[in-house]
Ligand binder design. Structure first.
Ligand code: PHE
Length: 332
C-alpha cells in the first residue's frame, strides 16, 4: 500500500461529497468510506501488516483523512437538518394569500338584480350592443325624423357599403323587446341586462356608456297592477328596506301609458327616480307581428349603475369606469 492510495481516496471522496444533497445519500457515503467494510477503514486495518517505514507515512495520512471526513460529514449533516428560528417550517401557519380577481361592482349589482327577477319567474336574455336604427328606434314607434329620437343622443356607426340598415350603438336595451317577440310566442316574462351607449357629456350622473336592465312581460290581461306588484317586490328585496313608491306619468313612444317610478327609502327620506316604464304600445306589438287586440304587456328599463350608486352610496358614476382598485376591490 502506498501513500498515493490515501491521496486517491481523499480526492474521490471529497469530490463525491460536494454532490451530496440529502442526509440519506450522506449516510451511504459515510458507510462507503468509514463503515465497517469502508474503503478508508480497510486501509486503516491494513496498517498493522505494513513495514514500519510505510506505516509511519501512511498511518498519519489515513488517520487525518478519517478525521477530516468525519468532520465534513458532520458539517454537511447539520446543513441539512439545521433548524434555526428563521427557516423553521410551521405546517400549521396560514398560507400566503394569493391575489385573485374579483367581480366589478356593476357585475355584482347586476347579478343581485338578475337573481331577484329570476326568482320571480323572469328569464334572462342577451342582445347585441351594435344595433340597427330599426330595432333601436323604428320598431319602438320612433320613426326617422321623429323628434323623440333626440331623447337618446346616439353614436352612429359608419354604414357598410350597399347596406340599407343604419348601424348604431344601442342607446337602451329596449330594442331587445321586438327582437325577442319576433322569435317567441307569449305568454313570457324576460329581463335583458346589458350595456348601452349615449353620445353626451359626462358628469357625476352621466356616462357615455352604462348598464341597463330591461323588463318585458306579455300575455293575455297583463296589467299595470301586475307591473306594480313585480316592481315593488323587486325593490323591497333589492334594497332590503321598507320603501314608498310614486308613479308619475311620462312619455316614451313605445309605451302607452308611460310612466316613471320614484322610490323613497325610509332610511333616506328623499324621492329618487329609478326607472321608465309603461304598457307596451300597440305599434310595438305590430312591429313584432303580434295582434295588439289580443295581448297586453308591460315594459320597464332601469339603470344598473344608478341602482348601484343608490345602494352602495357611490357619489359619481364615473368611478365605475375609472379602473381604481380601491373602489372595485370592495365588492365580492
Ligand atoms: N328605454 C327607456 C330608456 O332608456 C326606458 C324604458 C324602457 C321606458 C321600457 C319604458 C319602457 O330611457
Amino acid at each position: 500500500m502506498e501513500k498515493t492510495s490515501v491521496e486517491g481516496v481523499r480526492k474521490s471522496s471529497f469530490e463525491e461529497l460536494t454532490g451530496i444533497k440529502d442526509a440519506k445519500h450522506l449516510e451511504r457515503f459515510r458507510v462507503k468510506y468509514l463503515g465497517r467494510n469502508g474503503v478508508l477503514t480497510a486501509i486503516l486495518r491494513s496498517l498493522k501488516d505494513l513495514p514500519l517505514a510505510e506505516r509511519r507515512t501512511l498511518g498519519p495520512a489515513a488517520n487525518s483523512l478519517r478525521n477530516e471526513l468525519e468532520k465534513r460529514i458532520k458539517e454537511k449533516l447539520s446543513e441539512f437538518s439545521s433548524v434555526s428560528a428563521g427557516d423553521f417550517f410551521d405546517a400549521s401557519r396560514p398560507g400566503k394569500k394569493v391575489k385573485i380577481g374579483h367581480p366589478h361592482p356593476l357585475a355584482v349589482v347586476e347579478r343581485e338584480m338578475r337573481e331577484i327577477f329570476e326568482s320571480l319567474g323572469f328569464a334572462t336574455v342577451d342582445g347585441p350592443e351594435i344595433e340597427t336604427d330599426y330595432y333601436n328606434f323604428d320598431a319602438l314607434n320612433i320613426p326617422p325624423d321623429h323628434p323623440a329620437r333626440d331623447m337618446w343622443d346616439t353614436f352612429w356607426l359608419k354604414e357598410p357599403k350597399n347596406s340599407k340598415a343604419k348601424f348604431l350603438l344601442r342607446t337602451h336595451t329596449s330594442p331587445m323587446q321586438v327582437r325577442f317577440m319576433e322569435s317567441h310566442q307569449p305568454p313570457f316574462q324576460i329581463i335583458v341586462p346589458g350595456r348601452v351607449f349615449r353620445y353626451e357629456a359626462t358628469d357625476v350622473s352621466h356616462e357615455i356608456n352604462f348598464y341597463q336592465l330591461e323588463g318585458l312581460m306579455v300575455g293575455k290581461g297583463v296589467s299595470l297592477a301586475n307591473f306594480k306588484a313585480v316592481i315593488e317586490e323587486f325593490f323591497k328585496r333589492f334594497f332590503n328596506k321598507p320603501a314608498d313608491f310614486r308613479y308619475r306619468p311620462s312619455y316614451f313612444p313605445f309605451v302607452e301609458p308611460g310612466l316613471e317610478v320614484d322610490i323613497k327609502l325610509k332610511t333616506e327620506n328623499k324621492w329618487l327616480e329609478v326607472m321608465g316604464a309603461g304598457m307596451v304600445h300597440p305599434r310595438v306589438f305590430e312591429a313584432a307581428g303580434y295582434n295588439p287586440r289580443e295581448l297586453t304587456g308591460f315594459a320597464f328599463g332601469m339603470g344598473v349603475d344608478r341602482l348601484a350608486m343608490i345602494k352602495y352610496k357611490i357619489p359619481d358614476i364615473r368611478l365605475f369606469y375609472a379602473g381604481d382598485l380601491r373602489l372595485t376591490t370592495q365588492f365580492k
